[in-house]
Design a protein around this ligand. Structure first.
Ligand code: HEM
Length: 93
């Protein structure tokens, strides 16, 4: 629903939605015969890299920036119009 709206919670609410190419609402790796064969490797590496980043840094918006800018640019795939700026700081332990 509301595909134009940035709503990451949509993936938490509908937990039956899967990214492996069987639910056409969400196909980051494509689907069918030409679907991505690197999916298992990619997910392991992605999760590992993301976990390392989340574990080692606190992320915040730059000072003075109030909201994420999720403006999209036109292209053969969807990408952000403006770069995502975040400040990464090592957490005080
Ligand atoms: C986050 C990481 C990745 C994403 C989002 C991704 C996404 C995709 C997408 C959307 C396609 C096109 C599928 C289609 O046309 O239906 C594709 C194809 C492909 N991907 Fe990936 N991919 C990722 C990582 C990888 C990795 C790590 C490998 C190899 C180790 C890989 C190998 C391939 C190959 C060989 C194809 C072409 C398959 C074909 O045309 O038959 N990908 N990928």
């Amino acid at each position: 629903e509301n595909p134009e709206e940035f709503n990451r919670e949509r993936f938490f609410e509908n937990t039956t939605l899967d990214f492996r190419g069987f639910n056409f609402e969400y196909i980051p790796f494509g689907a069918g015969r030409r679907g991505c064969p690197g999916i298992t490797f990619a997910m392991a590496v992605n999760e590992f890299a993301l976990a390392k980043l989340m574990h080692n840094f606190d992320f915040a918006l730059p000072i003075g920036v109030k909201e994420w800018d999720m403006t999209e640019a036109i292209g053969s795939t969807v990408h952000k119009k403006n770069a995502l700026l975040v400040v990464a700081t090592p957490p005080s332990r």
